[in-house]
Design a protein around this ligand. Sequence first.
Ligand SMILES: Cc1cc2nc3c(=O)[nH]c(=O)nc-3n(C[C@H](O)[C@H](O)[C@H](O)COP(=O)(O)OP(=O)(O)OC[C@H]3O[C@@H](n4cnc5c(N)ncnc54)[C@H](O)[C@@H]3O)c2cc1C
Length: 403
Amino acid sequence: MDYDIIFTGGGAAALMLLYKMSKDQTLSQKKILVIDKEKKDKNNRSWSFWTNQKTDFDILVYKEWKKVRFIAPKIDKTDKLNSLKYKMIRGIDFYNFINAKLSEFENIEFLQAEVSEVKSISDTEAEVKLTAEFENKTFSSEYVFDSRFLQEDIPPKSNDYHSLLQHFLGYVIETDEPVFDKDTAQLFDMRLPQRNAVEFVYILPFSPTKALVEYTLFSGELLENKELYKVRLETYITTKLKIEDFRIKEEEYGVIPMTDFKFEQPKAKNMIYLGTKAGRAKPSTGYAFLRMYRDAESRVNAWKKTGKPHYEEKFNKQFETYDKMILNIMERNPSAIQRIFTNMFQNNSIERVLLFLDEQTDFLTDLKIMASVPPVPFLTSIKNLITGKKGQKLHQNSVSFVS
Ligand SMILES: Cc1cc2nc3c(=O)[nH]c(=O)nc-3n(C[C@H](O)[C@H](O)[C@H](O)COP(=O)(O)OP(=O)(O)OC[C@H]3O[C@@H](n4cnc5c(N)ncnc54)[C@H](O)[C@@H]3O)c2cc1C
């Protein structure tokens, strides 16, 4: 065996797990190879999340906010969070920090190459093959952790599950005049036409003159071209934020699957999927950072106890059902989401909504949230889930409910 463990893909999920392993006496001694086709030396994304718990990456937090804002045509609400904080970590800081930590271990090797195939040979041996460009080289190991997620891995359209995309273009912009409230993260500005998609702008201000401004859609299809994201984002900046002069310092484009498709683990126990490939992006929000962190923590705890990196995941049926219901509405009738979110944020504290979206609420609180939103779209999606049909897609601009 060439290695004890091979990681195919060395992005967020792999690095979190490696970091957790590096803190354990035994696991940190394993002979490990991490293969990634990219060098992790660019700020290719940032991760935001909200929590009231400590994480290993708190020292990397670039900025955190105690105030959160929601805007839609009939509401402009800002709440001070109670126990939670909304936090942001820059990709480059995360990569540099973990790679520096891992470089202390001679038994961990990094290889920049493209993997073409991963397969299990037996219960205790797996094989990783590189592409022809890398001479089809193969490596063997006991375990393979695979987090390569390709566009082809996005589940195809089906009647058996919902398959939407969260797609966005964000700019980090700088202005001469102070225009941003640096203490408030704006999670949603839904004052946009909902063109057969859920559309909003998300703003994370770093200072009065610098912010990440991101135009985001939840929908079945990507926009026809990248230019359209640009035009809509820049129109928002000039018309809604009324900023004429700004400098684009960084750009972030991304696509995250939003689906209730079951991303199953491979049958072979020595091959394990991580991250987006393992369905860690929450179906109704696309947030994955904390879910990957919790997975890494559980895996390492189990490994220490049992000698194997497997643990029994507790799936919360209740939240799976809510996700399905929300996806069902987003797919059938995306324009309804603006009203639903307006009611949800109007009738609940933003902290309660965030706890709900992170699956940290109890059933009674969930019921209160459900009772605070227009009932018809939810009743329709419950009917659709019970009958196993996804329901008919409503025409753009049609209004499906009164409340
Ligand atoms: C732009 C963007 C912003 C995001 N922001 C947030 C956020 O704010 N909060 C949040 O919770 N979630 C966010 N997400 C969702 C999620 O947290 C990230 O996608 C996260 O990086 C997923 O981790 P991962 O390890 O599954 O994938 P990645 O971090 O993408 O790692 C996968 C790695 O596999 C490598 N790879 C792929 N194919 C091959 C191959 N054939 N051979 C070798 N290597 C290969 C890639 O180069 C990559 O490094 C965001 C996603 C994107 C795309």
